[in-house]
Design a protein around this ligand. Structure first.
Ligand SMILES: [Zn+2]
Length: 86
């Protein structure tokens, strides 16, 4: 059985590359049982998505004012950070 520390590492890794099936299943099982890790995984995905959207927008249209973080992305990140601190 993997521990929370292993899970958070694997969750971060899974954002960069596809994990082997066995590890994916172990992570998924842990996330179903562990609220802390499930919250961490959710936030990691949110932040990852916000960062990705932002970098895509910047790459396409760096001269426009909207190239900075959108209001929506800002709120999402703020909310995620708040949750994490709680
Ligand atoms: Zn856990």
């Amino acid at each position: 059985m993997l521990r929370c520390r292993d899970i958070s590492k694997l969750v971060s890794e899974s954002m960069e590359r596809q994990l082997p099936l066995g590890q994916r299943l172990q992570v998924r099982m842990h996330l179903m049982l562990c609220r802390l890790c499930a919250g961490f995984a959710r936030q990691t995905r949110l932040l990852r998505r916000a960062a990705k959207q932002d970098s895509e927008r910047t790459a396409v249209d760096i001269t426009k004012p909207e190239a900075t973080l959108s209001q929506e992305a800002r709120e999402r990140i703020k909310a995620a950070l708040r949750e994490r601190g709680a």
